[in-house]
Design a protein around this ligand. Structure first.
Ligand SMILES: [Fe+2]
Length: 308
C-alpha cells in the first residue's frame, strides 16, 4: 500500500522552504524551477513508492555521473537534446521562422575557435589514418540564391570515433574547421570518413542505457554550425547512410533529410583533381538558411563550450 503525504501541510511547507520561497533573498527563477523540480520528484517518490534504497542509489549515481563528466552525454541519450529541438522547431513555426535545412542536436563535443578559411579547407592533419572524404556543398537562401560569406563550422570524429581535444592522441583542431562560403555559396572540405562511436564502456551513461535495454551507439555523422548575419543560425549534423545505426541513433539525432550518401569515387582524374592519393568518398550536403531580422535567432544558443 502506498502512503499519501504529498498534499499534507507538512510536505507543502517543506517544499516551499526547501525552494527558498519563504525568503526574500535568492534568485526568483531558480526558486520557481526548484519548487517545481522538487514537487515533481516528491510526487514521483509517492506515486512509484520509491524506496530509500532506490533514492540513495539515484543520489550516488548523480555523483558518479558528474565525476565521469557524463551529464552532457546521458542528456542526449535520454532524449533531452532532441526534445529541446522539438520545442525550438515549434517555436520557429509559431514565429514564421520554420523552413530551410532542419536543425538537429549539437552534442557535447564542439570546440570553439577552429581555423577559418575561405571556400575550402583541409581538415585532417596528415597523420590521422582514414579513407579520404570530399565534403562539399552550397549554402543558399529559401529562393535558392547562393549565400556568400556564410561560416560553415564543421567538426567530426576520426576513423576510430574520437574527437580532437577530447582525444589527446589527436592534434589541436584536427577534423575541426570553419569555412567561409565563396562568392557562389560553396564550401569544400578535404577530410577522412568519420566513424560512429559508442558511449564509454563501463561508464555512467551506458550503465543506465543497458538497464533500459538500449544501446549507446551513434552512426557515422558530421556536425555543422552554419551562420551568416540576417539568417537564422543553423545547428545540424548529417548521418552517413548505410551505417548500422543510421536510423537507430542513441542520441535521437537522425532526420530523413539529413541522411546523406557517401559515394565511392575511383576515377583517377577526379582523385588527382581533388587532391587525394587514392579512392575517396564524395559527400555532398547543401544547406538552406532562413532569413530573419531577429538577432537572437541569428546566434547559437548560449551554452558552456570547450575552447582552446
Ligand atoms: Fe558527434
Amino acid at each position: 500500500m502506498t502512503v499519501k503525504t504529498m498534499q499534507t501541510e507538512a510536505v507543502q511547507n517543506l517544499l516551499l522552504k526547501a525552494a527558498g520561497l519563504d525568503k526574500a533573498d535568492g534568485n526568483p527563477r531558480l526558486k520557481q524551477i526548484m519548487h517545481r523540480f522538487l514537487s515533481d520528484i516528491y510526487q514521483m517518490i509517492e506515486d512509484l513508492d520509491i524506496t530509500p534504497e532506490e533514492f540513495w542509489k539515484g543520489a550516488c549515481y548523480i555523483n558518479e555521473l558528474g565525476s565521469n563528466n557524463e551529464s552532457v552525454l546521458i542528456a542526449p541519450g535520454l532524449g533531452f537534446d532532441h526534445y529541446l529541438d522539438i520545442r525550438a522547431d515549434a517555436k520557429d513555426k509559431l514565429e514564421g521562422l520554420d523552413g530551410g535545412t532542419p536543425r538537429t542536436i549539437e552534442g557535447p563535443l564542439y570546440v570553439e575557435g577552429a581555423p577559418l578559411s575561405v571556400g575550402e579547407a583541409k581538415m585532417v592533419d596528415g597523420k590521422t589514418p582514414g579513407q579520404g572524404m570530399l565534403l562539399h556543398g552550397k549554402v543558399v537562401d529559401e529562393e535558392g540564391n547562393p549565400i556568400a560569406g556564410a561560416v560553415v563550422d564543421i567538426w567530426h570524429a576520426d576513423s576510430k570515433g574520437g574527437y580532437s581535444y577530447f582525444d589527446p592522441s589527436q592534434s589541436a583542431f584536427n577534423l575541426r574547421r570553419r569555412i567561409e562560403t565563396d562568392e557562389n555559396g560553396n564550401y569544400t572540405a578535404r577530410s577522412i570518413v568519420p566513424s560512429g562511436y559508442g558511449c564509454p564502456p563501463g561508464g555512467s551513461t551506458i550503465k543506465v542505457l543497458e538497464g533500459l535495454g538500449r544501446h549507446g551507439n551513434r552512426p557515422a555523422h558530421i556536425h555543422y554550425f552554419v551562420s551568416k548575419a540576417s539568417y537564422k543560425h543553423l545547428t545540424t549534423q548529417i548521418n552517413l547512410s548505410g551505417d548500422k545505426y543510421t536510423y537507430d541513433d542513441f542520441a535521437f539525432a537522425t532526420k530523413d533529410e539529413l541522411v546523406i550518401d557517401a559515394r565511392p569515387i575511383a576515377d583517377k582524374t577526379l582523385i588527382k583533381e581533388n587532391g587525394f592519393e587514392d579512392n575517396y568518398f564524395d559527400v555532398e550536403f547543401n544547406i538552406c538558411l532562413v532569413k530573419t531580422d531577429k538577432s537572437a535567432a541569428q546566434d547559437m544558443h548560449p551554452r558552456e563550450r570547450a575552447s582552446q
